[in-house]
Design a protein around this ligand. Structure first.
Ligand SMILES: Cc1ncc(COP(=O)(O)O)c(C=O)c1O
Length: 423
């Protein structure tokens, strides 16, 4: 857990030279993982050094500019944000009149989606009690964070055998207080795509807000589909999808600190907007949780999207799909371990058949230096693939095969640290 910090009270008396600080920074990060280390199968959206360079250069050009004052001082920023949103709306087949906002990350997009849905419900279809949101068990924890902040309640329902939200369970969970349902495209823990079409039918029948969380898959699935992969409809092509979240700083490959909240109908954005006038500085209007917003994040997203273009994204997705197929073949050849469900994007979950301690295998692979997301329920391994992982996937599978033998022999132990996702 991240503890509150504040015990180290040492304000520098005088400044130091950049040369000295730079050296200090390099020394400080010697214990850190390099984010694009090839053994990082946890959170490395590595699209190549050239892409990282474009992201960084564009960010640094605008690093002092603030999107909060975009319309007043830095009109290039809202213009770039408009283009970024427009590209995403086209990608997700949004109808005329749809709109979007650049946010700081998936969690902010999700909190804003929940706030917008809550205020829409209060105005358009009030419920008698505390508003409820129904999500599948694998849905991201950010929805619980949002609900906690916004006075709502999340109902997590069972997934089916394929780790997808079960529409029957969702339907059974709908009450007079339900305002919103959520589908993940895909969900982070196991990488499976919820049945968005079936959820859309429920949303229509009960007049509910349907949010599609495409934070991790938004800049993957459309390209996979264009490459001929079978990707069920998950976006605004389904008429009852009300909003979507899609992260630019994941498979969009831009600098950290950029995501999108998209709304089917601009008319709904009045429930997203915050506006306040009764203070000395005049009208204050924002569409985001943040006030000041980094101009660099928008410039970086704009530059990377235009640098890669549809073709560049497709090339990276094609490579990842190939790595996923190679991994699947190698896992297939192992006895006792399998891929969970049917992954649709770059996330793959691995589980065991129950004949050995999968949690001990997971912890031992982590102790051997492989970085991946832990799965707790079912115990397993969450891999997040990038297009450079072709270089290590054979080594990973070989290490997994050897560790599996040890697990079957019962010689492995679980870590005493609890498996966790964040800090
Ligand atoms: C499906 C999904 N939703 C939401 C999030 C939260 O995004 P962030 O960490 O950018 O706040 C993630 C992060 O991995 C995710 O995979």
């Amino acid at each position: 857990m991240e503890d509150p910090i504040g015990s180290n009270r040492k304000f520098a008396r005088t400044g130091r030279s950049w040369t000295a600080l730079r050296k200090d920074l390099h020394r400080r990060r010697t214990g850190d993982l390099d984010w694009n280390d090839l053994r990082n199968l946890k959170a490395s959206y590595n699209a190549g050094e050239d892409v990282a360079d474009v992201a960084w250069q564009a960010y640094s050009l605008f690093q002092g500019d603030n999107l909060l004052y975009g319309n007043l001082l830095y009109p290039s920023l809202p213009a770039m944000a408009e283009e970024v949103v427009g590209m995403a709306l086209e990608l997700f087949d949004a109808p005329e009149g749809a709109c979007g906002t650049v946010t700081s990350g998936g969690t902010e997009s999700i909190i804003l989606a929940v706030k917008t849905a809550r205020d829409w419900a209060q105005s358009e279809r009030p419920v008698p009690g505390r508003g409820e949101i129904i999500v599948g068990r694998t849905c991201h924890a950010a929805f619980n964070k949002a609900a906690e902040m916004l006075g709502l309640h999340v109902v997590r329902v069972a997934t089916d055998a394929g780790f997808r939200a079960d529409p029957v369970a969702v339907s059974d969970a709908i009450t007079e207080n339900t305002i919103m349902i959520v589908g993940s495209a895909p969900a982070y823990p196991i990488g499976c795509l919820d049945p968005i079409g079936a959820l859309a039918a429920l949303a229509r029948e009960h007049r509910l807000w349907l949010h599609v969380d495409a934070c991790v898959g938004g800049f993957f699935l459309p390209f996979a589909r264009d490459l001929g992969e079978r990707v069920p409809d998950f976006d605004f092509s389904l008429a009852d999808v009300t909003s979507m979240s899609a992260d630019l700083h994941k498979y969009g490959y831009t600098s950290r600190g950029a995501s999108l909240l998209l709304l089917r109908d601009q008319e709904l954005s009045r429930f997203q907007r915050f506006s306040f006038n009764d203070w000395p500085s005049g009208e204050f209007i924002t569409m985001t949780i943040a006030g000041s917003r980094p101009g660099g994040a928008v410039a970086s997203a704009w530059a990377v999207m235009n640098y890669l273009g549809h073709k560049g994204y497709c090339e990276r997705v094609e490579e990842i799909l190939d790595i996923r197929r190679r991994l699947a073949a190698m896992i297939d050849a192992l006895d006792g371990i399998h891929i969970l469900g049917s992954p649709v994007a770059g996330i793959v979950g691995l589980g065991g058949d129950g004949s050995f301690d999968m949690a001990a295998l997971r912890d031992t692979m982590a102790a051997k230096g492989w970085q991946f997301g832990p799965l707790v329920d079912p115990p397993g391994i969450n891999l997040l693939l990038n297009f450079r992982h072709g270089a290590i996937i054979d080594a990973f599978a070989a290490d997994l095969a050897a560790t599996l033998e040890e697990a079957k022999a019962g010689t492995l132990e679980r870590s005493s640290e609890p498996a966790r996702y964040g800090n």
